[in-house]
Design a protein around this ligand. Structure first.
Ligand code: GLA
Length: 375
């Protein structure tokens, strides 16, 4: 059974866009091991668009020879030799978003090709779908074709939320589906995609099928394909905290061969990852939001399998040191119940509280805590 917890890995698009080639992918797989990403749970190494040659050969997709001289199957083998999984990209339309040949009308042959090459993950995009063609039916076709190969291939639906894929994604064989358009490396994009667009989608996620608010921009610092000014470490910390609470797939988008200390601390935060990967598989929900003249604070909560609750107190405004609190009652807890509160970024217990907990949170930062009811 695939994706029993949200998929974790890396995807080439956010930083590299068209600038992909086989040594980058090999070095990225190496970095999974030497940087501790694999140990932390990151598993899939995914090549996004623009790996393809300009035309099919004998009706089959093939790779760009300049970028991948040794070929995609050899690269998949290299990734597998590191104990990792290998992902690739195609599109439900006639062409990919980067105008390369795509899988419309070739679903079966392409699924077999991917299986033969050793692909474990397929991201399936939505550009150049002929007008009048029903989008969801194209995902159903590819879902069936992948299953027919007999190879377990994680099916990542990238339809940008156009036809509400949270309603049909799981039934066509999808393990995750994008809920919005593309993320960019800016705080505005994180707020729009993460805070504004995910609330309410929580009933649709669960083991085997997840809402996907797009790949992480943590650690990009304004460099790369989707860079739009970059973010501060506090903003990346908030972004990662929210994605963990949302039980979102954690697909890294930065260059993992060159991470800063702060990027490592964020992407390798085991306590935050444990919230994301919790076996209950519940997507977090928005507990509350206050907006005083644009100074927005939000509280999100994710129930965990041991009866504790992960809570994020987010300061989306410009004030520093703002007080943000959460009442037990709003979490469905008895307000007389003493609870241990642990700070998941400082990695220390803050203390035992009864009724509520309040933290001081700087601008665009977060307090991410785990609240555990005591006997
Ligand atoms: C679309 C997708 C992106 C990326 C590009 C590739 O925009 O949403 O995530 O895959 O296509 O061309």
């Amino acid at each position: 059974m695939l994706a029993q917890t949200p998929p974790m890995g890396w995807n080439s698009w956010n930083t590299f866009g068209p600038e992909i080639e086989e040594s980058l992918i090999r070095e990225t797989a190496d970095a999974f091991l030497c940087e501790g990403l694999k140990d932390a749970g990151y598993e899939y190494v995914v090549i996004d668009d623009l790996w393809e040659a300009d035309a099919r050969v004998n009706g089959r997709l093939t790779w760009d020879q300049d970028k991948f001289p040794a070929g995609i199957p050899a690269l998949a083998e290299y990734v597998h030799s590191k104990g990792l999984k290998f992902g690739l990209y195609s599109c439900a339309g006639t062409h990919t978003c980067g105008r390369k040949p795509a899988s419309f009308g070739y679903e079966e042959v392409d699924a077999w090709t991917f299986a033969e090459w050793g692909v474990d993950f397929l991201k399936y995009d939505f550009c150049f779908v002929p007008p009048g063609v029903d989008g969801p039916s194209l995902y159903r076709k590819m879902g069936q074709a992948l299953r027919a190969t007999g190879r377990p291939i994680l099916f990542s639906i990238c339809e940008w939320g156009m036809n509400k894929p949270w309603k049909w994604g799981a039934s066509v064989g999808g393990h995750m589906w994008r809920t919005t358009g593309d993320i960019a490396d800016s705080w505005e994009s994180i707020v729009h995609i993460g805070f504004e667009r995910q609330a309410g989608l929580e009933p649709y996620a669960g083991p085997g099928h997840w809402n996907d608010p797009d790949m992480l921009v943590v650690g990009m610092y304004g460099k790369g394909n989707v860079a739009r000014g970059g973010c501060t470490d506090a903003e990346y910390r908030s972004h990662f905290s929210l994605w963990c609470l949302l039980a979102a797939p954690l697909m890294i988008g930065c260059d993992v061969r060159h991470m800063t200390g702060a990027t490592r601390e964020i992407l390798l935060n085991r306590e935050a990852i444990a919230v994301n990967q919790d076996a209950l598989g519940r997507q977090g929900y928005r507990v509350g939001k206050v907006d005083y003249a644009g100074e927005i604070a939000e509280v999100w909560a994710k129930p965990l399998v041991d009866g504790s609750i992960a809570v994020g107190l987010f300061n989306l405004g410009n004030m520093s040191g703002r007080l943000i609190g959460v009442a037990w009652e709003s979490l469905g807890l008895d307000d007389r119940r003493p609870c241990l509160v642990r700070d998941l970024w400082a990695h220390e217990d803050i203390g035992v509280f009864t009724g509520d907990f309040t933290a001081r949170v700087d601008s665009h930062d977060v307090a991410l805590v785990r609240i555990t009811p005591q006997r």
